[in-house]
Design a protein around this ligand. Structure first.
Ligand code: HEC
Ligand code: HEC
Ligand code: HEC
Ligand code: HEC
Ligand code: HEC
Ligand code: HEC
Ligand code: HEC
Ligand code: HEC
Ligand code: HEC
Length: 373
């Protein structure tokens, strides 16, 4: 009941305000009743005389309260306000008061009815969201899946990636458990703590408007490529003293080879071969020398045992890890490699040399033969 009262008071207050304005009530009355003047493109001030009043609200059939105050200062300083977008550019058809009655019974229904108006000017973003996990989930009946206005407040829109830590915080609202884990990871700590632009935020791995999820196994198979975007980038990795060979060595490895093959031939097929995240974790990825890291010596066997249940302590050392063989790492493989590197060119080179010199010898002999005749 109190809410009704507040609306009434706000209404009376603003109505009297409007009557003093040049566009005032005389025209409105001439228009027949208590409607505001019908004119194309009502300016923001007209809407804000009512909606800037604090505490304005209405009760929905569900019993939930919808807050109706739009803070004028926040609006003017928002990205849309700054661009000179008018209330009625979004709220098309709002040409006065009373407004047409709405059908939404709850706040969520109201949001789901309204967000589609963003498509008017951001068709590309809107189209991109159509295939996202969020839209699929929504279509499947999960009304909590994210739509435009969950991630961008329409009246307080600010650049969504400034500062960059705003991106994971946008997702945190609904994925708080993942956010909490991510924020402690080698990537998240650098982004949230230090504003580091080199590490991935949620959207670098998942996409933004076309968010993809692990329910598609192609995402799982494709995930090493996401890591490679940065981890094969020499310049970026050099800044942190991290090897940029990890992707190449992964692909060269029997594990990686099969996965890459799968991706090219049958991206929708399940694979049991490990991708980067099977060894390193996903959102909880740590520095490899962190005592909690899944790939530090003490934990590595457990990591391998997920798929090689019979593996014993010596098992991990049967694998080259990301190292290119060298006299220090896997000398046996290194020297066998080296041996072949010398032997094969040696043998082939020798043969070529032999054939060539033989040919030349024959040529010379033939010439000599000809001149002899
Ligand atoms: C005279 C006061 C007044 C003015 C002017 C006014 N509104 Fe409203 N508005 C209200 C009240 C009161 C409600 C509560 C619902 C109702 O009674 O229709 C409301 C509700 C709304 C709602 C949410 C629910 C609905 O009915 O759709 C939107 C959106 C809205 N107004 C937008 C606008 C826009 C845009 C303008 C400017 C073109 C505007 N309003 C001008 C008083 C006003
Ligand atoms: C960029 C588009 C856009 C602009 C510009 C815009 N709105 Fe809205 N407005 C929306 C959307 C979308 C919603 C539904 C929000 C939700 O999910 O609850 C909304 C909701 C509202 C509501 C209902 C209460 C609420 O906040 O959910 C009111 C009242 C309202 N707008 C008034 C205004 C006024 C007044 C202005 C101008 C100062 C304005 N709007 C400018 C898109 C816009
Ligand atoms: C009447 C046209 C119009 C409508 C409708 C509209 N926008 Fe915008 N929006 C703009 C313009 C113009 C810009 C500034 C230029 C740009 O970045 O594209 C903008 C920018 C943005 C930005 C980037 C802000 C920044 O500072 O980088 C976001 C996010 C955004 N809009 C979200 C929305 C959402 C969400 C909706 C629906 C509630 C919406 N817009 C509806 C015109 C519109
Ligand atoms: C799950 C959250 C989420 C949803 C849903 C979402 N966005 Fe975004 N949007 C973001 C984030 C985060 C960014 C920051 C850019 C980035 O990470 O590349 C962004 C960026 C933008 C930009 C600025 C892009 C640029 O190039 O400057 C616009 C405009 C925009 N979104 C509009 C929309 C519209 C319209 C919808 C609905 C069709 C929508 N967004 C749905 C999270 C979302
Ligand atoms: C308004 C709440 C909300 C926000 C904000 C939100 N999400 Fe979601 N997200 C959901 C819901 C609900 C699901 C569907 C969960 C399900 O169906 O199991 C989902 C699903 C996902 C999935 C697929 C999960 C799976 O198991 O298939 C990914 C990936 C995802 N979101 C990423 C993001 C990212 C990245 C952001 C930030 C840019 C974000 N979400 C923001 C609500 C949200
Ligand atoms: C380094 C890349 C990366 C970053 C950064 C990242 N993710 Fe993920 N995320 C993945 C991968 C890969 C999977 C799929 C795991 C699998 O296939 O089992 C996943 C799975 C998910 C899932 C569904 C599975 C689950 O665990 O519930 C959600 C939801 C999700 N991520 C949201 C987020 C959010 C929110 C953030 C930011 C706080 C984020 N992700 C940051 C790569 C990333
Ligand atoms: C079979 C398990 C496994 C797979 C698959 C795997 N890694 Fe590793 N990774 C390790 C181990 C073990 C180490 C630690 C090597 C050491 O310090 O001896 C490591 C180290 C690293 C390092 C640190 C390198 C440095 O210079 O300190 C990075 C970065 C890395 N891996 C990224 C990746 C990426 C990206 C992929 C996928 C392309 C991947 N890993 C696939 C097990 C794996
Ligand atoms: C947007 C770029 C980017 C993407 C994408 C990315 N990383 Fe990273 N990653 C970094 C940077 C930069 C660091 C170094 C951060 C630091 O040390 O502060 C890092 C650090 C790491 C480390 C710790 C290395 C060490 O110091 O021991 C591992 C492990 C790792 N990433 C694995 C992965 C895996 C696996 C993926 C894919 C699922 C991935 N990263 C995706 C940029 C990226
Ligand atoms: C996600 C599951 C998974 C994880 C985790 C995993 N592997 Fe494997 N590994 C496989 C599969 C599957 C094969 C068979 C590859 C093939 O036949 O193409 C394999 C093959 C191998 C082989 C070749 C010899 C053999 O047994 O066929 C070695 C050596 C190996 N893995 C070592 C490791 C080590 C060391 C670790 C831990 C650092 C590890 N693997 C972690 C799935 C995994």
């Amino acid at each position: 009941m109190r809410s009704r009262l507040i609306i009434r008071v706000a209404f009376i207050l603003t109505f009297s305000l409007i009557s003093f304005s040049p566009l005032g009530v005389s025209e409105a009355v001439a228009d027949g009743g208590d409607a505001l003047p019908h004119q194309q493109g009502l300016d923001n001030d007209t809407c804000l005389t009512c909606h800037d009043v604090p505490g304005m609200q209405m009760e929905l059939p569900s019993g939930q309260v919808l807050y109706l105050t739009v803070d004028s200062v926040s609006y003017i300083t928002s990205s849309h306000g700054h661009e000179g977008i008018a209330c009625v550019d979004c709220h098309i058809g709002f040409d006065g008061f009373p407004h047409e009655s709405i059908s939404a019974r709850s706040i969520r229904e109201f949001t789901l009815d309204q967000y589609t108006l963003c498509a008017e000017c951001h068709e590309d973003k809107y189209d991109a969201t159509l295939d996202s996990v969020h839209q699929k989930s929504l279509a499947g009946g999960n009304l909590e899946a994210a739509v435009c206005t969950d991630c961008h407040d329409p009246h307080r829109t600010q650049p969504p990636d400034v500062p960059r830590s705003r991106i994971p915080q946008t997702c945190e609202r609904c994925h708080s458990q993942i956010y909490d884990v991510y924020k402690e990871s080698v990537h998240g700590a650098a982004l949230i703590g230090e504003g580091n632009p080199d590490v991935p935020s949620c959207t670098d791995c998942h996409g933004v408007h076309d968010v993809e999820g692990p329910t598609s196994s192609s995402f799982h198979l494709f995930s090493p490529q996401i890591c490679a975007d940065c981890h094969a980038d020499e310049e970026r990795m050099e800044r942190y003293g991290v090897s940029a060979d990890v992707f190449e060595t992964y692909v060269a490895d029997f594990h990686g080879t099969t996965v890459i093959l799968f991706e090219e031939t049958a991206p929708d097929q399940e694979t049991n071969k490990p991708v980067c995240i099977d060894c390193h974790g996903v959102h909880d990825m740590l520095k490899v020398d962190d005592p909690e890291s899944r790939v530090i010596k003490n934990n590595l066997l457990t990591t391998c045992q997920k798929c090689h249940p019979d593996a014993d302590e010596n098992f991990p050392s049967s694998w080259l890890s990301h190292y290119k063989p060298s006299p220090e790492n896997n000398p046996a493989v290194f020297y066998v490699d080296l041996f072949y590197k010398i032997l094969i060119p040696g043998v082939i080179g020798g043969m070529v040399l032999f054939v060539a010199s033989d040919g030349i010898r024959r040529l010379i002999e033939r010439r000599e033969g000809v001149s002899d005749e």
